[in-house]
Design a protein around this ligand. Structure first.
Ligand code: GLA
Length: 405
């Protein structure tokens, strides 16, 4: 029922479940995202280039007379009941409700007062744990719904920061700001060049001519993804600490000594080459190299897009995947098969994994007339190599979190 569920019908489902009238039900949407390029550098002060896409999590809400909070999801069985006065804590058995409780705990901590409880009904067409940020779509869609329902007027940037804080403190995933930020602030027909050090963005028109982004879902369960993600983050911190401790002179930017580096992505590729010998551990060296070169690729990709040089953009997508495979080591058989097979197809000018990796999704830039044959061929090869099928869809851009009704 969920893949093609019409969200206009969500208020009816809501009153079937909770009673009352559809008039009082408000519906909000949180989009999924792709990251075009700039992977694993948002938490290294880098620049990233994501876009929100037309897959959504819909959150219907209505205030209650009492202080209860009730969550239901059309897809996942079970009702979760809490109280707005609860001291929310992560509990494994609370499943998706943890994302919602995490958001509430941060909103309350920021001093917003709830005068009553509320009911929630969720439905989503975003593949869960698929690497296109279903969890951030839920967090930000829900935070926005609550903010609007209670007239808190929380800014879009703060919606993103609340989502990230909840991931860090409640879910124990030390994510960067990219996913929540794009989901909260996106504009249709654009991607955002997001400066993660300043937490500021520029919109860049996403003009792809006859090409479309196709999302390819590996359907690989992302086992231990959170711990591997946090491990990558620590490795980057170790690399930065080593470079800073060496206190080497730098030329070419306003930072003249490595001890003053705020983050890895403040190093240019040339500067990295001049200081890399201080990093003793081969693995840490590879992680740092990925960050520095990926940041450079993002800047080149945005320039290429502005000049409508899609071939160059495609080359950069491929180079990004290679770096994520060899230096950052977050791809694996599934994502490599998707990306390599996609890159070999007629009509595809570039493909790479998107998001955290370790499973999840890849994206490919494909000519609109070749999308169908592209999907058939990649599916065939993927199934042969991996032993199960992948999911595919061509996507369009979307606005960030919005009210549907
Ligand atoms: C996940 C995180 C983001 C980002 C990507 C990798 O999606 O939530 O902050 O680090 O991985 O680029």
């Amino acid at each position: 029922m969920t893949e093609d569920f019409n969200p206009e019908l969500l208020p009816q489902e809501f009153v079937k479940l909770y009673g009352g009238s559809v008039e009082d039900v408000q519906v909000y949407a949180g989009p999924a995202r792709i990251n075009i390029i700039g992977e694993h550098i948002d938490y290294n002060g880098g620049k990233v280039f994501p876009a929100a896409i037309d897959k959504y999590i819909y959150v219907a809400v209505r205030k209650r007379q009492d202080s209860k909070i009730i969550y239901n999801d059309l897809k996942f069985p079970g009702t979760y009941t809490f109280d707005i006065t609860d001291d929310f804590k992560f509990a494994k058995e609370n499943d998706y409700a943890n994302y919602l409780n995490g958001i509430l705990s941060i909103i309350k901590r920021r001093g917003y007062k709830f005068e009553c409880g509320f009911e929630v009904l969720i439905v989503s067409n975003i593949p869960p744990a698929g690497g296109i940020s279903s969890s951030s779509a839920l967090e930000c869609g829900f935070a926005y719904a609550v903010s609007e329902l209670f007239n808190f007027g929380i800014s879009r940037k703060d919606i993103a920061l609340i989502g990230q804080q909840s991931e860090h403190e409640f879910m124990n995933v030390k994510c960067g700001i990219m996913d929540q930020y794009i989901i909260a602030t996106a504009k249709v027909n654009t991607a955002e060049l997001l400066d993660c050090a300043k937490v500021e963005h520029d919109f860049v028109p996403l003009e792809l001519g006859d090409y479309r982004f196709v999302v390819m879902n590996s359907k690989k369960k992302r086992q231990l993804a959170d711990s591997k993600y946090n491990e990558r983050r620590s490795q980057c911190e170790a690399g930065l600490a080593e470079i800073k401790a060496a206190a080497l002179p730098l030329t070419g930017t306003s930072i003249t000594n490595t001890k003053d580096l705020p983050d890895l992505c403040s190093l240019t590729v040339e500067q990295f080459d001049s200081v890399k010998s201080v990093i003793k551990d081969e693995v840490i060296l590879k992680r740092v190299r990925h960050c520095v070169t990926e940041n450079q690729r993002v800047l080149e990709a945005v320039e290429a897009l502005k000049k409508s040089d899609l071939k160059k953009l495609g080359d950069l997508l491929r180079a990004s995947h290679k770096s994520l495979k060899e230096d950052y080591e977050v791809t694996g058989l599934e994502l490599d098969t998707l990306s390599d097979t996609a890159n070999a197809q007629d009509g595809c000018i570039g493909a790479r994994m998107t998001g955290a990796g370790f499973g999840g999704c890849a994206i490919a830039l494909v000519h609109k007339d070749k999308v169908e044959s592209f999907i058939d061929s990649v599916q065939k090869k993927y199934t042969e190599v991996v032993g199960h099928d992948a999911g595919f869809f061509a996507c369009s851009t979307s606005d960030g979190v919005f009210r549907l009704k």
